[in-house]
Design a protein around this ligand. Structure first.
Ligand code: CA
Length: 230
């Protein structure tokens, strides 16, 4: 089945070009010219990937991204102009998966889209292969419903936090480098941004560790990365 890609871009020429090229690659394409319409389409159609311009009328790309992330793990590729936008896009709290700086070549963008979709397929396959339910102490990780309970209470984890926990817990006792984690859970090309992993580990620890400052479950392996100990 064809993957559906939603493109939210207010420059009509660019939107038409993207739409044409994605269609030619075999994707189903949805388009919106402002943030509000884009958000509505995303919620209505649940696309496999969203290409999101930063500067948009009504709601800008940052706001759309933040809204989407409240309830969706859909891969988001941001289109940025140069400069300070990039800092915000790779900013850790926003939740975009990757970005391309304008002007970009069609070829580069298509390669990025393919990579992101392949990665998503890979991550969901990994999750699928893992045990459906992992129990560790008072933690119950349910890969089928993407939910985690601690001592019977549901935890509100962001999609990435869940993926991170699921990956580490499914491989208890095995150390992962930050790069390995980035490669599994994020798009590539996050050069020099392994801090992203640290921040997610910190967030996760606040939710699953009895003493987040003295973690026992997700331990730091000096000069390597992280390991789930139980
Ligand atoms: Ca724009």
């Amino acid at each position: 089945m064809a993957n559906t890609v939603l493109v939210v871009e207010d420059e009509a020429n660019l939107l038409a070009a993207l739409s044409y090229n994605l269609g030619r690659e075999g994707y189903e394409v949805l388009t919106a010219e402002n943030g509000e319409a884009g958000l509505a389409l995303a919620r209505q159609h649940d696309p496999d990937l969203v290409i999101l311009d930063v500067m948009l009328p009504i709601l800008d790309g940052f706001e759309v991204c933040r809204e989407l992330r409240k309830d969706s793990a859909v891969p988001i590729l941001m289109l940025t102009a140069k400069g300070e936008e990039i800092d915000r896009v790779v900013g850790l709290e926003l939740g975009a998966d990757d970005y391309v700086t304008k002007p970009f070549s069609t070829r580069e963008l298509m390669a990025r889209v393919r990579n992101m979709l392949r990665r998503t397929a890979h991550v969901s396959r990994v999750a699928h292969d893992a045990s459906e339910i992992i129990v560790s102490g008072d933690l119950v990780i349910d890969n089928a419903s993407h939910s985690v309970k601690r001592d019977g209470e549901p935890l509100a984890l962001r999609p990435r936090e869940f993926s991170l926990l699921s990956l580490l817990a499914a491989n208890k006792g095995r150390a992962f480098s930050r790069e390995q984690i980035l490669e599994r859970l994020w798009s590539m090309d996050y050069i020099g941004d392994s801090r992203t992993v640290d921040v997610h580990v910190r967030w996760l620890r606040e939710k699953i560790e009895p003493e987040p400052a003295n973690p026992q479950r997700i331990v730091t392996i000096r000069s390597i990365g992280y390991r789930f100990d139980g």
